[in-house]
Design a protein around this ligand. Structure first.
Ligand code: P6P
Length: 318
């Protein structure tokens, strides 16, 4: 289909999938390997870092840092951009990742996951810098996430649909389980942390109350589901439809989730599946990060609920 392709991107996705296999095994055995505890480190966001966060980060930095294709890496667990051995050899891609999102839930067997996105470096002649990551969501070459849950899934898009693979432990390989996932036009599930009610503005409160009442869109109330692990809540929304919301609020004026390696990759996936992902007044695929660790609002889901949310809460027509 793409005669000028070199196979590099496929090579990258295979190396990322190897990292996911290794982390999957790590998550499954963390309990008796003492990885649930805190490492004593605090990351750039002021979060206490669990041992398993550092282990997952190390796996990906080692693996992707030794790839010939990535000139630069960004990890949620590292303050600065990481230059790799490929930087001089013209590694033409850069990758940003959250090695283990949701790890605070790991002691209670709640699903966790890895989230990543890949960009082309903007100018190979220039030295590598943060600027290589400050590209809009629509410049993403490929993005994806894994879910370490009842099964280990690997969901990715390289701009030609969203495809789902399931790890078959008996052969240690990912098997294609679903091609071209399409988010349902409308769902009946809303996903938000209602514990943030006191920090929401009136329009957000009114929207949530509408979802729970006899609302305009659906003759019956929506069901609430909130795991508190982004990959789990997002994956359910992608497959079953509805809406996931983590808006800004008076306590989090810049949002809670990270733009570069959480919101943009998932926004890319949601848009590739026919849904929408916004920060309130903009589609996230049109948003360009200004720094590698900035936060953002993140609302994503089915077209029906997303248009309803954007109009009701932000006077924004999707
Ligand atoms: P809250 C997990 O710590 C995480 O980063 C995401 O995986 C999840 O969606 C979010 O935080 C949950 O945040 O404020 O609802 O606990």
């Amino acid at each position: 289909m793409f005669p000028d392709s070199t196979g590099e991107l496929s090579d990258l996705l295979v190396s990322i999938s190897l990292g996911v296999k290794l982390i999957s095994q790590m998550v499954a055995t963390a309990g008796f390997k003492g990885l649930h505890g805190y490492s004593g480190h605090v990351n750039t966001h002021g979060d206490e870092v669990r041992q398993i966060d550092r282990e997952a980060d190390e796996v990906l930095v080692e693996l992707l840092g030794s790839s010939d294709h990535f000139g630069l890496l960004v990890s949620e667990e590292r303050d600065d951009v990481i230059a790799t051995q490929a930087i001089g050899a013209g590694g033409k891609y850069v990758i940003a990742f959250d090695p283990l999102d949701g790890s605070s839930n790991i002691g209670s067997s709640i699903p966790t996951g890895t989230i990543f996105c890949i960009f082309r470096r903007q100018d190979l002649a220039k030295g590598a810098s943060e600027q290589d990551f400050c590209q809009a969501g629509h410049a993403i070459v490929a993005a994806g996430y894994s879910v370490y849950g009842a099964k280990t899934s690997f969901v990715y898009s390289a701009g030609d649909g969203v495809h789902d693979f399931t790890l078959d432990p008996s052969i240690g390989e990912f098997v294609l389980t679903e091609e071209r996932i399409t988010v349902p036009e409308r769902g009946n599930i809303f996903s938000v942390n209602e514990g943030n009610w006191c920090w929401w503005d009136d329009r957000m409160r009114a929207f949530i109350a509408d979802l729970k009442g006899r609302n305009l869109v659906a003759e019956k109330p929506y069901t609430g589901r909130y795991v508190g692990s982004l990959v789990a809540d997002f994956d359910r929304t992608l497959r079953k439809g509805g809406i996931f919301m983590y808006p800004t609020d008076s306590k989090r004026p810049n949002g809670r989730l990270r733009l570069l390696y959480e919101c943009l990759p998932l926004a890319f996936i949601m848009e590739q599946s026919g849904g929408f992902a916004i920060n309130g007044r903009e589609r996230l695929i049109d948003v360009t990060p200004t720094n590698i660790h900035q936060r953002s609002a993140f609302i994503a889901g089915s077209p029906t609920e997303m248009k309803w949310f954007a109009r009701s809460v932000y006077d924004y027509d999707l």
